[in-house]
Design a protein around this ligand. Structure first.
Ligand SMILES: [Zn+2]
Ligand SMILES: [Zn+2]
Length: 645
């Protein structure tokens, strides 16, 4: 009998008869591993636990701890979905069914749309099939036979896939009971362990994602190995829904998108406008303190400018079309960079002036397809907190460090504690794909790396992820429910300085090309506002809150005192609202809570007499009576210190 050598992850080796399966080896190692095993990895490839091993190999038995194994599990759940759908709706045509983040989908063609009731039935059928613990079995079928099989069952999309993807004479299929699917696999051994899933929704998609192809209905499911993980995920989704900035934007009257104006264009209502002004005031002050110059540039400029910059080439798809003015083409700006470059170039610069840091809250317009627009997060018109730094090579590390420190300030001031930093570099095996010489790139990447190291900032280096024009640092902040948001970017550019022939006169009297860095902290005002709404679930800290205090008179009798208190607060610069409606106190409190106003000041006869207010905080509840002047100075301090509470 032939034996083969199996090397386990801990380095131990085992001699086993040829044809032994990973499942058998798992059983030899421990009953617990055998029970938890989902799939195996040999020499880097994932394989079924039941696949006989016929060579010496490195073998790992994978459980739910391994992300790849979880994806295999989800893929098996997708097959279970298709099996259930075929039992209930035998005439559907099958598309593809891959695992995705947090779950899976399978796509079908069916004349009628799947309804929520259908989904409930399908889900029940899946549970029924799962509880039968049906094995997932691999079968190899000759290609002509495979095609015939699908032709007979009128599965033309599957025929197409077999035609295109099956390169070997024998084609790999998986069966789950009666269900059979053209599939490379691997799969988990049987359906019994698929318990923690939930069908979420149905979405339309074109076959192979190509417009014009037949419309498929994709049924999406969330799926985890453990019920607890599914529960956590569903809870997080609920929480995200509760925080959805589109809903809160309406409830708190912050912004809207108007059908008459068009999709992806944001109208800032007065309360949203207050928050924006506070955000921008903070930013402008910080910019000036850090030595930036504030500039303004036009919203439309000659198309010729965008030809020089190259945008009409590589950025064409994201721009709105040109408009003709006096036989000349003009272009709505998708970026601020060329405008700042024109300011830099408006006169000859000396090394003594560098670095030149030009900042603008610059509104840009980009053509995003209507399908990807999303509230404040993906829009067609938005204002970037944009800046461009032009400097000498020896100044670059200092400038990068300042940008990163600036980003930290943003995190702190706006109440974020966690972040993730990524450094995207070039793939220098393909220098022809990049603007700038390999030496430029190396120097730039070194500057970024050494700055982050010096600042003790942990970061992930991603080779080959940079845009063609330069390496960059991205800072993703993590919000109150653990979601990362890509906001800050510090991006080198070796392309534009060359295209625009930028220069400065060096100490040596000759002309040099400056380094150029694009950087944005929030990304865009709109998007950052959306993130803030969701992060705070609409309960903004006092310094950002559109209304900072509500004065709630108990009755007609105390209305005069309430008016006086309101006036005093307003004159001291507090955004205060007097609720003088003829309503019960409970109703007034409830409404102020719904509007997420930080402080409610209840005034009754006792308070009027003593010159106090009964203070109530939206999350801390009753704080007791306080002299009005005391409350005012406390609140002032909270606002001026931009306290997060
Ligand atoms: Zn499959
Ligand atoms: Zn730029």
């Amino acid at each position: 009998m032939d034996t083969i050598q199996i090397t386990l992850p801990d380095g131990a080796t085992r001699a086993v008869p040829k044809g032994t399966t990973a499942a058998e080896i798992a059983r030899q190692i421990s009953p617990r591993l055998a029970k938890e095993a989902l799939v195996a990895r040999t020499n880097g490839d994932l394989i079924d636990l039941s696949r006989p091993l016929d060579h010496d190999a490195k073998l790992s038995i994978l459980t739910a701890k391994d992300p790849d194994a979880v994806q295999v599990f989800r893929h098996s759940a997708a097959h279970l979905l298709a099996a259930a759908v075929l039992e209930l709706f035998p005439n559907v045509k099958l598309g593809i069914g891959p695992p995705i983040d947090n779950g899976f989908f399978y796509e079908f063609v069916r004349d009628e749309p799947f309804t929520p009731e259908d989904l409930a039935k399908i889900e029940a059928k899946m549970h029924e099939l799962a509880s039968k613990d049906i094995p997932n079995e691999r079968k190899l079928i000759p290609k002509p036979e495979a095609l015939e099989l699908y032709r007979q069952s009128k599965q033309e999309f599957k025929c197409e896939l077999v035609e295109e993807k099956a390169t070997e004479p024998m084609v790999s299929f998986y069966t789950t009971g009666k269900f059979i699917d053209f599939c490379r696999g691997p799969h988990i051994p049987s359906t019994g362990r698929i318990k923690a899933f939930k069908l979420m929704n149905v979405a339309g998609a074109y076959w192979k994602g190509q417009e014009g192809n037949p419309q498929m209905q994709r049924i999406y499911g969330a799926c985890f190995v453990e019920q607890k993980d599914l529960d956590d995920y569903l809870h997080k989704l609920e929480e995200a829904k509760r925080r959805d900035h589109r809903r809160l934007g309406q409830e708190l009257d912050l912004f809207s998108i108007e059908e008459d104006a068009g999709p992806g264009l944001i109208f800032w209502h007065p309360k949203g406008g207050i928050i924006r002004r506070e955000m921008e005031d903070w930013l402008r002050n910080a910019l000036v303190q850090r030595g930036y110059d504030l500039v303004y540039t036009p919203h439309i400029m000659r198309r010729h400018l965008w030809e020089i910059s190259g945008h009409t080439g590589f950025y064409k798809d994201s721009m709105f079309g040109p408009m003709e003015v006096e036989k000349d083409d003009y272009q709505l700006k998708p970026m601020n960079c060329p405008g700042h470059i024109l300011i830099y170039k408006s006169r000859l610069r000396s090394y003594r002036e560098l670095p030149v840091r030009l900042a603008e809250l610059g509104t840009v317009y980009r053509y995003e397809r209507s399908g990807v627009l999303h509230g404040l997060m993906r829009v067609r018109g938005f204002t970037q907190d944009d800046a461009h730094i032009f400097c000498m090579p020896e100044q670059i590390e200092r400038e990068i460090q300042d940008c990163v420190e600036f980003a930290w300030d943003v995190l702190k001031v706006f109440g974020f504690r966690e972040y993730v930093v990524e450094l995207s570099g070039g793939d220098m095996a393909r220098p022809q794909d990049y603007a700038g010489s390999p030496e430029d790139w190396k120097r730039a990447e070194d500057a970024l790396t050494s700055t982050l190291r010096r600042m003790n900032v942990p970061f992930k280096y991603i080779a080959g992820e940079a845009a063609f024009y330069g390496p960059k640092i991205d800072v993703k902040l993590v919000d109150a429910i653990g979601r990362p948001w890509q906001l800050t970017t510090v991006q080198f550019d070796f392309n534009l300085p060359k295209r625009f022939k930028l220069e400065y006169v060096g100490e040596d009297g000759s002309r040099h090309q400056p380094l150029m860095v694009h950087r944005a902290l929030w990304g865009s005002v709109e998007r950052f506002f959306g993130v803030l709404i969701e992060h705070y679930a609409g309960a903004f800290p006092a310094w950002l809150a559109p209304v900072q205090a509500a004065v709630l008179p108990l009755s007609e009798k105390t209305i005069e005192y309430a008016r006086g208190a309101t006036r005093q607060l307003r004159e001291a610069g507090i955004r205060v609202h007097l609720d003088d409606r003829n309503e019960k106190l409970q109703a007034k409190i409830r409404d102020a809570q719904l509007q997420k106003i930080p402080y409610m000041l209840v005034v009754g006869g006792k308070e009027a007499e003593a010159g106090t207010v009964a203070v109530r905080h939206r999350s801390k509840g009753d704080l007791g009576p306080r002299p009005l002047a005391q409350f005012l100075s406390d609140l002032k301090q909270e606002i001026d210190g931009r306290a997060i509470m």
